[in-house]
Write a protein that binds this ligand. Structure first.
Ligand code: TTP
Ligand code: MG
Length: 361
């Protein structure tokens, strides 16, 4: 299949988001290494840190105690989620001025499809520049933008020139760009897959491209399809405007954090039943089950599984939930919130794409 060269996709990602909000609101933190997250004397982790702190090798998800050892003079700041949510809703408002078709991925990140935006002489780069300027004006925060013809490349592009980045990958450059990209940089290739690829002698995009589809499927399961396409800079995933997607979610915050794996599964089971009732009440059908886990230190993860069949009472939910908890720290780390979301897709072709993608999202 030939990639449609006409799409114009922008990926926006705020720079050092939580830390930038803190530096904006508290001038005493400006130009200083600051770390947002758990305190070093607890077992907390770094949510993020200012670019000044990154010079010391500190990064997200690093234990705070290790961050302290790397930079004892760093200031540790407690997260203020309300402030981050407020900034996030302003940037989403800004996105809506440029396109109806934007897909937030988290508080600080979104894809925009600006193919139908005819302003700025139809230049996605100029639109991205304008969005960045608007964000600075309305929030006093800085974003990086990646511009390309699909989501995969736009996301990589936004990371290329951080902070305050603006990076374009044209349809002419896409293929060559991916060929040179090391596999660890591929969105969707985790540490374990990277290691496996290295043992197979696969180091960059071009090495993947040289493998046959059967070889990739044999070694990486259905993810092989994704790698096969991505190595050719092909990514047909649409930008999904969630306002039109159909999903129901329920979640619960515990008064006292829980840790026991069995207890977690029991809660997820209850949440699943509640979500299913809600879904049925709305006469909706779902094929994707998403579990949200917020650990005691507010670090949050989600895990999804898309089934080939509609989710019902008789779905093997326990097996699926167990599967989703693999590669999480459930049982080892305290949890403050659990959530379950059931979502549907508008058409079967979209479902097919997501079946290929569900390992990565
Ligand atoms: P990121 O966009 O990954 O990081 P960032 O915005 O801090 O820095 P940059 O994009 O310039 O590299 O994540 C956005 C926010 O999400 C981040 O500010 C804090 C939060 N976050 C966590 O709480 N835990 C994590 O492990 C990560 C990666 C992010
Ligand atoms: Mg960011």
């Amino acid at each position: 299949m030939v990639e449609d060269p006409c799409r114009k996709i922008i990926h926006i990602d705020m720079d050092a988001f939580f830390a930038a909000v803190e530096q904006r609101d508290f001038p005493k933190y400006r130009n200083k290494p600051i770390i947002v997250g758990g305190k070093p004397d607890t077992r907390g982790v770094v949510a993020t840190c200012s670019y000044e702190a990154r010079q010391y090798g500190i990064h997200s998800a690093m234990p705070s105690s290790q961050a302290y050892r790397l930079c004892p003079q760093a200031v540790f700041v407690k997260p203020r989620f309300e402030a981050y949510k407020e900034a996030s809703s302003i940037i989403r408002q800004i996105f809506s001025n440029y396109t109806e078709l934007f897909e937030p991925l988290s508080l600080d990140e979104a894809y925009l499809d600006v193919s139908n935006n005819t302003s700025h002489q139809g230049s996605a780069t100029l639109i991205a520049k304008d969005i960045k300027a608007s964000i600075v004006k309305k929030t006093h925060l800085v974003a990086s933008a990646g511009i390309s013809y699909n989501k995969f490349l736009a996301k990589i592009a936004s990371d290329m020139d951080k902070p305050n980045g603006l990076y374009l990958i044209t349809p002419e450059q896409g293929n060559q760009f991916v060929e040179k990209l090391s596999v660890g940089k591929f969105h969707g290739v985790g540490k374990a897959t990277e290691k496996k690829m290295h043992t197979l002698g696969i180091k960059t995009g071009i090495d993947i491209k040289e493998q046959s589809l059967p070889f990739l499927l044999k070694n990486f399961g259905k993810a092989g399809h994704y790698y096969y396409n991505i190595a050719r800079a092909i990514d047909h995933r649409p930008v999904n405007n969630h306002r039109y997607s159909k999903s129901v979610g329920v979640e619960t915050t515990f008064q006292v954090d829980i840790k026991d794996r069995r207890q977690v599964l029991q809660h997820l089971d209850l949440l699943f039943n509640k979500a299913l009732k809600k879904l049925e009440a709305k006469k909706m059908a779902a094929q994707t089950l998403t579990v949200k886990i917020k650990y005691h230190d507010f670090v949050q993860i989600t895990r999804s599984k898309t089934l080939s069949k509609i989710i019902t009472d008789s779905t093997e939910k326990n097996l699926i939930l167990e599967g989703l908890l693999k590669n999480t720290e459930v049982g080892r780390r305290k949890i403050r919130l659990l959530g379950v979301t059931l979502s549907s897709f508008k058409d079967p072709t979209q479902l097919l794409k997501y079946q290929q993608m569900d390992l990565f999202e």
